[in-house]
Design a protein around this ligand. Structure first.
Ligand code: SAM
Length: 419
């Protein structure tokens, strides 16, 4: 039952997409003063050592975070995510990778609440240690939450989610990231979010899934579009052409119910870069779709081909907020940058809210760096040397506490892992 260990896959292209989007979701939630509850239904170990036996065996981070590590041309939103990873690796070598709980801990504010569910006995122990260490570091810095800011539970995430909704704060961000080892996971997710929307329609719900040949996977996003959320956003990233035998995970998606209105534009600015840097052949591409449950209106656009309108022009594009409704076939234009004064105001606001990744804990464990070197136009630049002083998070998964298991290589279906 507990064969999946995320330590084999940490920092791969799917994690890059998921955690980059997660940072953006927190950033959006942080714009309002009111506190929110973050629920991680499938939390994993929280921190991963990329030089652990598991991570090295699969080498998956080489096709993910390692390719972004030394870049100095990152789009702004992607830089926020990479900076978070850099801050936990102050030596300048990529050794540790944050899991979703760590990303949440860094991005959420002291008044926000984190509820983390994990079933694997070893991973939940590591998660708990990592979180305690982060909290101890915060306390040393004089940052103390009122009450229990973070609760780790060894419990089923679907049930846990149900019990937490609606949250007392009436604001919630939920990340659901199951292993999808069994077909039933697709059904569980669908059912869980149908129920979650019934209990708390205003929540922002982010669901990661692998894009695979398997029927459940291919139909999954279409099923999610039928959930009764006011709006949804669907983004997929493919880094390679699927193999003829359909094995391997070259593509993954994030489906967000009630997404931030700013997210579509951010993705449009960022996904072409991810395709360029993470793509390994001409099959690399992305797709962004948005729609509403009420009208079913949807536009679907991929990264390489022309835009393909699937339904009406979107009812309420974030860009239409600036007064322009894009019509089918009309070229996308990035929103004009705010004038300098507004930018200065934004910067001041950001500063006042404390940058996400100011001080970092460093996970214990492994030695040796993993930095991606790729050929052709996908070169990696030198790793920046960071001067920020880190705190040390606890044991990283893949370190001494992690158990063995065969990895799922991006190009082949092996052992425990997402199918
Ligand atoms: N969200 C993590 C991240 O981004 O760093 C990775 C999570 S990993 C893909 C999925 C995790 O879900 C595994 O650690 C697995 O043990 C755990 N898991 C599987 N079924 C679960 C369930 N029903 N409830 C809670 N956790 C579960």
């Amino acid at each position: 039952m507990f064969s999946y260990r995320h330590a084999f896959h940490a920092g791969n292209h799917a994690d890059v997409l998921k955690h980059f989007v997660q940072v953006q979701l927190h950033k959006y939630m942080n714009q309002k003063d009111a506190a929110y509850t973050y629920v991680d239904t499938h939390a994993g170990a929280g921190v991963y050592a990329l030089d652990s036996a598991q991570a090295l065996k699969s080498g998956e981070s080489e096709g993910g975070i390692a390719r972004l590590w030394g870049r100095d041309d990152l789009p702004a939103a992607l830089a926020e995510y990479v900076d978070l990873v850099r801050a936990m690796n102050p030596s300048g070598k990529l050794r540790y990778y944050p899991g979703s709980p760590y990303v949440a801990e860094r991005c959420a504010r002291m008044e926000d609440r984190l509820r983390l569910f994990e079933l694997h006995p070893a991973d939940v122990k590591l998660l708990d240690q990592n979180i305690r260490k982060l909290e101890a570091h915060k306390a040393e810095q004089g940052e103390r939450a009122r009450g229990r800011r973070i609760i780790v539970e060894r419990a089923d995430g679907y049930q846990g989610l149900k019990a937490l909704l609606p949250p007392p704060s009436r604001r919630a961000l939920v990340l659901c990231d199951p292993p999808y080892e069994v077909k039933l996971d697709y059904k569980h997710v669908f059912d869980a979010f149908g129920e979650a929307l019934g209990r708390f329609p205003a929540g922002t719900y982010a669901i990661w899934y692998p894009v695979l040949q398997r029927m459940e996977s291919r139909q999954f996003a279409d099923r999610l579009k039928r959930l009764p959320a006011k709006e949804w956003l669907h983004v997929t990233l493919s880094v390679a052409t699927p193999g003829p035998d359909g094995t391997g995970m070259h593509s993954s998606g994030m489906f967000i119910l009630n997404p931030p209105y700013t997210l579509e534009a951010t993705l449009r600015e960022t996904m072409p870069y991810l395709v360029k840097v993470l793509g390994t052949d001409s099959g690399a591409t992305f797709r962004i779709e948005t729609g509403t449950q009420v009208t079913g209106a949807m536009t679907g656009r991929s990264g390489t081909g022309p835009r393909v309108p699937v339904g009406n022009a979107r009812r309420a594009s974030p860009l239409s907020g600036a007064g322009s409704l894009r019509l089918p076939g009309q070229a996308y234009e990035a929103p004009a940058r705010a004038p300098a004064a507004a930018e200065a105001g934004d910067a001041a606001k950001r500063e006042a809210r404390r940058p996400f990744y100011k001080t970092q804990a460093k996970p214990a464990g492994a030695t040796g760096a993993a930095r991606g070197e790729t050929g052709g136009s996908r070169e990696a630049g030198p790793a920046p040397v960071r001067s920020r002083s880190p705190a040390r998070p606890a044991g990283a998964a893949g370190g001494p506490g992690a158990s063995a298991g065969a990895p799922r290589k991006p190009g082949g279906r092996k052992g425990p892992g997402r199918p």
